[in-house]
Write a protein that binds this ligand. Structure first.
Ligand SMILES: C[S@@+](CC[C@H](N)C(=O)[O-])C[C@H]1O[C@@H](n2cnc3c(N)ncnc32)[C@H](O)[C@@H]1O
Length: 283
């Protein structure tokens, strides 16, 4: 249930990946809520079970988690690092002003690709949370994810097998909570609730970074993996619902043109909003 149980003033229309209309976002989520399955963790929309079923059948490697686009991993990591560098230049995201250990959380981590290509380079400690056991096992067995033999001592610390709709980040543990290419698996209400729990997991000057595909408008339902691709406006609307601020959003560069546009959203608690230094870049 929505905690602010009034209908949204805005409306986003969806299509499935066969081009069929699936209605407005409100109507779509109401339908999703009706079809439920019962598991160990109680009753949940079958929307979730279908997503896990899909990923359980995918090879636990980079090409698997990127749907055959392993070659985008390098430009992805490059732009991730640039964003973090810029944030740290503004004193956020583990700028290490006080010399304490920096810690990041990799959400929907898959096989630990974001950790091994970027987070482990930049943070003393990284925790990973991922619902599919075979992905998490592959991550935990990968020396590059774990940080084995690194001269800087950076390490992956925790490997948590849990979906984001139930995961609760430890209070004030993280400088950066990184959510990449997985939030389309959450319903709007669970998405909002998860971001709010993330807020409580941030240290001072911590940030949430969400990196997602952008549909050109409304949303697109992927019938194969049971996720939705939201438009930029829809993602901003969700951030707005959390009561937090989008400090910056930035487009990924250097990806093949046939892919969706991909954006990184820097989300901060409202109290830490500062006008100076805020820039939104667009294509
Ligand atoms: C496209 S892969 C991206 C993996 C990783 N973030 C990356 O960029 O390499 C999508 C990931 O979302 C995970 N996922 C599916 N449902 C999820 C849920 N409810 N909560 C968290 N992650 C989920 C899948 O298991 C898979 O690892």
């Amino acid at each position: 249930m929505r905690d602010d149980a009034t209908p949204d003033a805005v409306e986003f229309r969806g299509v499935d990946d066969l081009g069929r209309d699936v209605g407005t976002h409100e109507a779509f989520w109401a339908e999703v809520a009706k079809k439920r399955s019962h598991g160990a963790d109680g009753s949940k929309p079958t929307f979730y079970a279908k997503g896990i079923e899909y990923w359980d059948g995918v090879a636990p490697d980079v090409d698997g988690v990127l749907g055959g686009f392993a070659h985008v991993s390098a430009p992805d990591a490059r732009d991730n690092a640039k964003l973090l560098e810029d944030l740290r230049g503004r004193g956020r995201g583990g700028a290490k002003a006080n010399g304490t250990k920096t810690t990041a959380l990799d959400c929907g981590a898959g096989v630990g690709r974001v950790t091994s290509t970027f987070l482990i380079e930049k943070f003393d400690e990284v925790d990973l949370v991922e619902p599919c056991r075979h992905f998490l096992d592959a991550a935990a067995a990968d020396a590059l994810v774990r940080g084995d033999g690194r001269a800087d001592g950076h390490r992956a610390k925790r490997f948590v097998a849990e979906p984001l709709e139930s995961f609760v980040p430890e209070r004030e543990r993280y400088d950066v909570i990184w959510i990449q290419w997985c939030i389309g698996h959450l319903t709007d209400d669970d998405f909002v609730a998860f971001l709010r729990r993330c807020k409580d997991g941030l240290r001072e000057n911590g940030v949430i970074v969400m990196k997602e595909n952008n549909a050109a408008s409304g949303f697109i339902l992927d019938l194969e993996d049971s996720s939705i691709t939201r438009s930029h406006e829809y993602l901003l609307h969700i951030i707005n619902r959390t009561g937090m601020r989008c400090l910056e959003h930035r487009l990924q560069t250097g990806f093949p043109p046939e892919l969706f546009a991909v954006r990184m959203y820097v989300i901060v608690p409202s109290s830490s909003f500062r006008r100076v230094g805020i820039q939104n870049s667009s294509r």
